[in-house]
Structure formats: C-alpha cells, structure tokens
Design a protein around this ligand. Structure first.
Ligand code: MG
Length: 380
C-alpha cells in the first residue's frame, strides 16, 4: 500500500525535494494534503499536479484556501495521512507538529525550531502516542542512519522495551559547511550585507536558514535538535567544519568505531530515507556520489571567535534546556530583522546574548524581549 503523505511547507525547498522523491516513486507514495505559507498560486499548481484536494495556507488568501494555525493543524491531523512532512520554516511549525503527533501520525521533521523550542515535550508526546519522529535535516539523517542497528534503536523512533542506541554512542559529530564567511578575511559582521549572507556556497535553502548557516547558528540549533532526537548529553556533541559537504555527520561509538553517511549535497536522499524508513527503497532522485569527488576532503575545528552565535550555543547548552527556546526565538526575531534591513548582522548574536542574560522565560516573553532589543538596535 502507498504511504499517504501530508506535506507542510510544500512550496519551499524541502517541499520541492519531497515532491521530487514522491514523483520518482509513484508506486510508494500518495500526497493527501499540502500546505504552504502564502503562495496560493504555487500551492494550487502543486495540488493539480499531484491530485491533492486538501490544502491550507498560513496566511489569509483570496483563493478560498483555509488559512491560519487552525487550518495547518487540521491538515497535519488529517485522519487519512500516514506520515506528515513538516517543513514550515521557523516556529510556525510548532503547533502543527504537535497536532500531527496527537493525531497518531509519524512526522518527518525538517523544522528544527520545533525540537529546539520544545524538544522535551515533543519527544515525550511522541513516545506516549507511539509515533516516530524521522529526521529530515541532512546531518540528523546521517546520524540516524549511522545509529541504525538490528538490536537497538535511536530515541526518536524507539518503542517501549527496545534497547537504546545512545548507550553505544561516545560522541555525535555534526559537520558544517562553514557558510559563505568561513574564509572571509577581516570578517566584520557589522559590514555583512543580506545579499552576502544569502549567498550560500553549497545548499539552496530558504532565507532564514541560509542566514543561520552564514552565522553558523544553524549548526547550534542542529546541536539542540540532535540532543533531543537521539537523547544525547551536551558533552557528547561536536561540530567540525567540512566545506565540501560530502560527509553529512558521524557517530563515534563507545568501541571507537566511527560511522558516517556520505553523499552529494541534495536533500532528496535524506528525505527519501525518512519517507521509506526502515526500508531503503529504489534509487533516490539524486546524482550518486562518486569516489572521485572525494579527493581533498577537509575537516576543521570551528573558530568560535569568528562565529559568536555558535559560541553562545556551546556556552548555553550545559546551563540547561531553558536556554533552548531563547536561542531559537531570539535568533529568529533577530534574523528576520536583519533580512528586513532593520539591524546589522553583528546584532544577531547580541539579541541572543541579551535574551540568555535575562534567564528562563515563557515563549511570548522571550519574543517580546527580543523585539525590544531589536528596536533598540534598529537604525532610526
Ligand atoms: Mg542541516
């Protein structure tokens, strides 16, 4: 039987890659619901192409498509779905992810903010409901693949009584491309333009995550994501810069063995793995990695003095999970302000730092404080 998918974030880059996987395996997948942010026309075109009747948009629209958080949650909870692909950028993915879990659906999760904001709650609810969280992020897919074993299970898919994969893990090593500023001489965040920050050397992604890659905050958020998905401790997490983006992440096991997943930089492979897990279906619609492409792979320790956002994450993690929503929400507010031309890039780390200094707070208070900090930094 075909696996029935709901895709939230269908018109974004993850959505496009997901639909590429669906189109490559029409015998395996059927799309039963599609949602996007505001692009009604793009959503309609996809609905026509894939024969989908149930749609939702985040923003109000003149197209008669149900909209708003309620509509997204209803779509995520669609009874006929088997698996929900969550790829709405940012914190807007939070409520629909919980709705999908509560409806008993497995979730293929690309929206890292969901786990960063509320990882403990999401993982507890998924265990209660007996559903799986399947990582879509390329690094977490690599860790997930390295953690597969016949006798034990990674935390994000474990059923009661199954032995834990993390008991075998010494450390999880996330690789990072380093973004466009890895080797920039005299890097001065005050002078970094939006266009420069959006010019990522390896991956084509939405603007929010592309800026996060430039500041390396993306890797910081991914550390938190890994913490929750695989039930790890902060001291088990490492980041190495790997500019070629071929080794997508590695696990060092207690016996010393190092396992990695390698591939070209194309999200279709991790997406297909999540959609077909625990199977490996037919060929993913990506160019296979040739060993000839693997000459001169580099691995560098990240320079935290150049990337203050990543430094702030490493400093915050041992202080506890209360830091997680501050790290993601303050960053999101700051990045949107940077993209809108309201603040300079150096202020992104400053907004996060002020949020952390204020201590634990509910989501709305964190957001309000970040907005106030942005307003103070904004050019008149
Ligand atoms: Mg990633």
């Amino acid at each position: 039987m075909r696996r029935r998918l709901v895709i939230l974030g269908a018109t974004g880059s993850i959505g496009a890659s997901t639909l590429r996987v669906v189109a490559a395996h029409p015998d395996r997948f059927e799309v039963v619901g599609l949602a996007a942010g505001r692009d009604a026309e793009g959503l309609r075109a996809l609905a026509d192409r894939f024969g989908v009747r149930r749609l939702a948009l985040a923003a109000p629209n003149g197209a008669g498509i149900p909209h708003g958080e309620r509509a997204l949650c209803d779509l995520a909870a669609l009874p006929e779905a088997d698996l929900v692909v969550m790829a709405i950028a940012g914190m807007a993915g939070y409520a629909p992810t919980l709705a999908a879990i509560d409806a008993g659906h497995d979730v293929a999760l690309a929206t890292k903010e969901v786990l960063v904001m509320a990882g403990e709650e999401v993982m507890r609810r998924r265990a209660d409901k007996g559903v799986r969280i399947l990582p879509l992020d390329s690094e977490h897919s690599a860790l997930f693949q390295a953690l597969q074993g016949e006798a034990y299970r990674p935390a994000c898919v474990r059923a009661p009584g199954e032995p834990a994969a993390e008991a075998r893990v010494a450390e999880a090593i996330l690789t990072a491309s380093g973004g466009p500023f890895l080797r920039r001489k005299d890097l001065d965040w005050r002078r970094v333009t939006v266009a420069e920050a959006l010019n990522h050397p390896r991956w084509r992604m939405g603007p929010k995550v592309t800026v996060d890659s430039a500041t390396m905050m993306n890797k910081g958020l991914e550390l938190i994501e890994a913490l929750h998905l695989f039930s790890l401790r902060p001291d088990q997490l490492r980041v190495w810069v790997h500019p070629q983006s071929i080794v997508h992440s590695l696990v060092r096991f207690r016996d010393g063995a190092l396992l990695a997943q390698l591939g070209v930089a194309d999200m279709a492979l991790p997406i297909q793995y999540a959609l077909t897990w625990p199977d490996r279906a037919g060929a993913a619609p990506v160019e296979p990695l040739s060993l000839a492409q693997m000459q001169g792979l580099e691995f560098l320790e990240p320079d935290l003095s150049r990337f203050p956002c990543l430094r702030l994450v490493f400093e915050a993690l041992p202080r506890g999970t209360w830091t997680h929503p501050i790290l993601t929400l303050a960053n999101e507010v700051a990045v949107r302000a940077f993209l809108a031309g309201r603040i300079t890039a150096d202020r992104i780390a400053a907004v996060i730092e002020e949020g952390l200094a204020a201590g634990p707070a509910p989501f709305d208070a964190i957001l309000r404080r970040a907005e106030e900090t942005v307003a103070r930094f904004a050019a008149p």
